[in-house]
Design a protein around this ligand. Structure first.
Ligand code: 17E
Ligand code: FE2
Length: 412
C-alpha cells in the first residue's frame, strides 16, 4: 500500500508512505507505485501521526453515569460513593459489554494504546477478570495495559494488600495506590511502600493516583518520587493527577522539583476531569486543580494527558477523544504559545507512549509496525483547532476504524 503526499507532524513538505507486510517499508517524497501496489490517493494533503495513546482512563467504570444516581456535587468523593452504588451490578459480561463499547469509541478516535486503572477493592475482582479477558480478545487492534487500582486504599480497605498482590499475580501490568485517600498520613506512606514492594516483587510498572485533592498538605508525591529514585525504578513509575501540586507553595515546589528530576518519574494530568472535580470546596477564587504541566515540561519531565473517565460517576461527558484533553490542557495550563500548540500532540502520543513504556515499537519510521492515524487536516494546529475527525486508523497496515470527512456547506 502506498499513501501519497501526506504530512508527518509539523512537516511543511509531504512524503509518500509505503506499507508492506504490516510495516513501514519506505517513507520518502515521490515514491513510485510498485506493480500491483494499492495506491491510497485520497489522503493526499492530510497529516499522519502515530496512534493516540490514552495514558489514563478507568474503563471498568465507563458508561455508568447516572446508574443508579448522578454525581450532583461534582466531587471526587461523591463519584466514589456513586461508583460504590454501581458495584453490586458488576458482572463479567456487563463489564465486557461496556468496555467493548468504550474501546470502539477510542479506536474510532485514533487510539490504539490504553492504560486503564481497574478498581481491585472488590473481593471477587470481577472487573479485573473481565478486562484481563478483553485485553487478550482485542490485542490485535488495541493494546490494553491494566493498573491494579485500590480505589479505597491498600491499608484502609479490608485485605487491600492481598487484593493488590492477587491482581498482580492474575496479570495486571502495573501496581496502583491512592495515598490521599488512605485514612492517615502513616498509611499513605506505608501504602506506597507496599505498592513499590509488590511492583518490584512481580516486575511490574507503577501508576499512583497521587494527591488528587485540593489539599496543599497532601504530599504523597514526594514519597513516590523518593522511592522511585531509591529503588532505581525511575521512569517505570507514574504519578497521575497530582492536583495538590496546583496548591503547593512555590518554596516547597522548588525543593520538590529537584527530587522529581532526580527520580525521572512520569506525570499524567487529566485536564477535563481535574478541572471538573477540582476546586469544589472553594468559594471564590476557585482553583483549577490541574497539576503544573507547563513547569514540569519546562524542567524536562515527561507529562502526558489522559481522559480519566468516559461517561461515569466522575465525568458525565466523555467521548474517548484525546484531542479534547489537549484542548482543555492547553487552555488550563496557559500553554497556547505557537510552539506549544504545534507540539501539543505529544501529550497524547509520544509522551504518553513513554509513560506506557511502549519502547521503540511506537512511532512512524521505516521498519516499525505500520500503526498510524490520518487526520483530516494538513497540520496539528488545524487538526486541534477545528476538531477534525480521524479519517483512518491503521494497525499493522490494516484499517481498524475510519470516519468520512465532514462536508460543511454555508449558503451565503
Ligand atoms: N477514582 C479516583 O480516585 N479518581 C478518579 N479521578 C477516578 C476514579 C475517575
Ligand atoms: Fe484516575
Amino acid at each position: 500500500m502506498l499513501l501519497q503526499k501526506i504530512y508527518l507532524a509539523n512537516a511543511t513538505e509531504p512524503v509518500d508512505i509505503r506499507v508492506a507486510d504490516g510495516k513501514f517499508a519506505a517513507i520518502a517524497p515521490n515514491l513510485q507505485p510498485l506493480p500491483g501496489e494499492e495506491v491510497v490517493a485520497d489522503c493526499a494533503g492530510k497529516m499522519v501521526l502515530p496512534p493516540f495513546v490514552e495514558s489514563h482512563v478507568h474503563l471498568d467504570t465507563c458508561l455508568t453515569a447516572g446508574r443508579p444516581h448522578w454525581n450532583l456535587s461534582g466531587t471526587l468523593f461523591e463519584g466514589i460513593q456513586r461508583w460504590e452504588e454501581y458495584k453490586p451490578f458488576l458482572t463479567k459480561a456487563e463489564v465486557k459489554e461496556r468496555v467493548n463499547q468504550a474501546i470502539r469509541l477510542q479506536a474510532g478516535n485514533g487510539i490504539q494504546y490504553v492504560r486503564t486503572h481497574v478498581d481491585i477493592n472488590d473481593p471477587k475482582l470481577t472487573a479485573l477478570q473481565a478486562i484481563l479477558e478483553l485485553r487478550e480478545e482485542v490485542k490485535d487492534c488495541i493494546d490494553i495495559q491494566i493498573v491494579a487500582f485500590p480505589q479505597y486504599g491498600i491499608l484502609s480497605y479490608p485485605h487491600g494488600r492481598e487484593l493488590l498482590e492477587e491482581a498482580l499475580k492474575m496479570g495486571a501490568d502495573a501496581a496502583g495506590a491512592i495515598p490521599h485517600f488512605e485514612f492517615t498520613r502513616e498509611y499513605s506512606v506505608e501504602s506506597l511502600n507496599i505498592c513499590f514492594e509488590l511492583a518490584q516483587k512481580y516486575g511490574r510498572l507503577i501508576d499512583v493516583h497521587c494527591d488528587e485533592i485540593d489539599d496543599e498538605a497532601s504530599r504523597g508525591l514526594e514519597t513516590v518520587a523518593a522511592r522511585a529514585y531509591e529503588t532505581g525504578m525511575g521512569d517505570m513509575v507514574t504519578a497521575s493527577h497530582t492536583t495538590a501540586m496546583h496548591s503547593y507553595n512555590n518554596a516547597y515546589m522548588i525543593r520538590l522539583m529537584r527530587l522529581l528530576k532526580l527520580s525521572g518519574i512520569n506525570f499524567v494530568a487529566n485536564p477535563c476531569v481535574n478541572v471538573h472535580l477540582g476546586g469544589r470546596v472553594d468559594t471564590y477564587p476557585k482553583r483549577r486543580s490541574m497539576t503544573r504541566v507547563k513547569e514540569l515540561t519546562a524542567e524536562g519531565l515527561n507529562v502526558s494527558f489522559g481522559s480519566d473517565d468516559i461517561f461515569d460517576p466522575w465525568n458525565p461527558l466523555g467521548n474517548g477523544k484525546m484531542r479534547d484533553q489537549v484542548f482543555m490542557g492547553l487552555y488550563t495550563g496557559h500553554m497556547l504559545g505557537y510552539e506549544e500548540i504545534c507540539n501539543s500532540y505529544k501529550f497524547v502520543t509520544e509522551n504518553a507512549a513513554r509513560t506506557l513504556h511502549l519502547g521503540d515499537a511506537y512511532g512512524i519510521a521505516e521498519g516499525k509496525d505500520a500503526n498510524f492515524v490520518v487526520l483530516d487536516a494538513k497540520n496539528w494546529y488545524d487538526a486541534l483547532n477545528f476538531d477534525v475527525p480521524v479519517l483512518r486508523n491503521y494497525r499493522k497496515g490494516k484499517l481498524i476504524a475510519s470516519t468520512a470527512p465532514v462536508q460543511k456547506e454555508v449558503f451565503f
